[in-house]
Design a protein. Structure first.
Length: 126
């Protein structure tokens, strides 16, 4: 699902691709052990001069008591993870004037969301 007529954002395309790839791969990894249907949903919305992107998976959800550390450097919940993907992703989004956060769906997955200001919000309407 996506918002109609999503306004432009001013961002580095390669860096945003890196964020998307990290969030999607994390979602795929989270669903590997799920016994129910596996679904990754990416959604865009526009609200108050911000483009909001959501990446939702139907995996096991966020680790109890550890969710606040997901964006800490070198913190990982994966056996093969480096703990750098989410901190780098958050840094990229923040460098473009946005925010990145995660919410748990109580045992039915997790949603990672980021917002970016629209080009007109920063005075550079296309």
């Amino acid at each position: 699902m996506h918002a109609e007529n999503v306004p432009l954002v001013l961002a580095d395309r390669v860096q945003l691709q890196q964020v998307f790839m990290n969030l999607m791969l994390n979602g795929f990894d989270a669903m590997k052990e799920s016994t129910r249907g596996r679904e990754l949903t990416i959604k865009s919305e526009v609200c108050d001069h911000q483009v909001l992107i959501s990446v939702r998976d139907t995996g096991l959800g966020l680790p109890s008591g550890q969710a606040e550390h997901l964006f800490d450097p070198f913190f990982t919940t994966k056996g093969t993870g480096t703990g750098m993907g989410l901190p780098i992703s958050r840094s990229i989004i923040q460098s473009h004037g946005g925010l990145l956060w995660a919410t748990d769906a109580s045992g039915s997955g997790a949603t990672f969301q980021f917002s970016l200001p629209t080009a007109d919000a920063v005075g550079l309407a296309a």
